[in-house]
Design a protein around this ligand. Structure first.
Ligand SMILES: [Ca+2]
Ligand SMILES: [Ca+2]
Ligand SMILES: [Ca+2]
Ligand SMILES: [Ca+2]
Ligand SMILES: [Zn+2]
Length: 355
């Protein structure tokens, strides 16, 4: 199901105005608010979030949006977490994420305490800050930025806006993740946020990545895979149960669009095979590639698999084919972990008909 508008462009004037207005309302006058800012150097705080989303953590597939009402989601779906790497301004800006919203007030706390419920637009801002930061920290835990080259190791801009449809997308030309509010607000599902972060990762690794249908499908597939692998790592870190199939992507965002259970926007464990299951749409065709990534994870374990998968992406051409990208991934596995790992990666792509 293709619910993202990729390649969308916004009139530059509108962007400029939006940024001006945002700048006006999120940058307090020096001296006016200085006394209520967090103490200098206060980079940590707390936030209230979903992990990864309410359907996955409660196992209740009957949850629905109910027009963004607090009553639609039980209190047990909220988790209080540590927020890290804040810049001390009192806003949700920091070393790895820079969140601005075009709806509602910008979340601000002189004590870096950000506890909101879902009907408050500031809740999605906290979600965006938390999940983008966690995604970058996960990449760093794999060695990217130390032993391996950095991957999108910068304060990623995120914008939340009120567009009518479900239209989250990563706008590579301006390096900004946009989260829409169609159906369930996109920012209420950690897997939607990390999926978009996956596009930012590709954009950071290979300029202009996604210039062919198969490259576009790889982009969607990797976003789905990253959403799952980061989501599972964070759930484990905070002791949050996973009560939906692990391979189900965006369980909560999907409730507005799917009628069968479990609600999944897409899955990364489908049995699609190349080339007969190709339909010419990036999200659907991506399910061929993401299944291969899922199988690599099954064979090598999350840590090795994710290091290989992401490290290989540095060598993908912007308009790569499935076959070329698969071969690059096999070669990377060979380089990093030797023949047995390379053979396991090859087997995963062979099972999809890609190699
Ligand atoms: Ca909301
Ligand atoms: Ca970026
Ligand atoms: Ca949505
Ligand atoms: Ca999920
Ligand atoms: Zn996408």
């Amino acid at each position: 199901m293709g619910l993202e508008v990729s390649n969308m462009r916004i009139p530059t004037a509108a962007i400029g105005l939006g940024i001006l207005l945002l700048a006006a309302c999120t940058n307090p006058q020096p001296g006016v608010t200085a006394q209520v800012k967090p103490p200098a150097g206060s980079s940590t705080g707390t936030g209230r979030v979903f992990i990864t989303n309410p359907v996955q953590s409660t196992g209740d597939q009957s949850l629905t949006d109910q027009k963004d009402s607090d009553a639609a989601v039980p209190a047990s779906a909220y988790y209080t977490v540590a927020l890290s790497h804040l810049d001390g301004s009192g806003y949700l800006q920091g070393k790895w994420a820079n969140v601005r919203s075009e709806t509602g007030d910008p979340a601000y706390s002189p004590t870096n305490t950000f506890a909101y419920t879902r009907s408050d637009d500031r809740f999605e801002q906290v979600m965006a800050y938390f999940w983008v930061t966690e995604a970058q920290l996960y990449l760093q835990s794999l060695g990217f930025g130390s032993e391996l080259p950095p991957v999108n190791m910068e304060s990623q801009d995120v914008r939340i806006n009120q567009w009518g449809q479900d239209n989250s997308y990563s706008w590579d030309k301006h390096d900004v993740i946009r989260l829409g509010k169609g159906g369930v607000d996109d920012g209420e599902d950690g897997e939607v946020i990390v999926h978009e972060y996956g596009h930012a990762v590709h954009d950071a690794q290979v300029a202009g990545f996604g210039a062919s249908l198969e490259a576009g499908a790889i982009g969607e597939a990797f976003g789905d895979y990253l959403a799952v692998t980061v989501g599972l790592a964070v759930a484990q870190k905070y002791g949050v149960p996973v009560k939906a199939p692990a391979a189900c992507v965006a369980d909560w965002d999907a409730v507005s669009y799917t009628s069968t259970v479990p609600h999944c926007l897409r899955r990364i464990d489908k049995d699609k095979h190349y080339p007969e299951d190709v339909v010419g749409r990036v999200h659907a065709d991506g399910e061929i590639w993401s299944r291969a990534l899922w199988d690599i994870r099954g064979a090598l374990g999350a840590y090795k698999a994710d290091r290989v998968i992401i490290n290989a992406q540095f060598g993908f051409a912007p308009d790569t084919s499935f076959a070329a990208a698969a071969q690059q991934t096999v070669n990377t596995a060979q380089q990093m972990y030797g023949s047995a790992a390379a053979q396991a990666v090859r087997a995963a792509f062979e099972a999809r008909g890609i190699l």
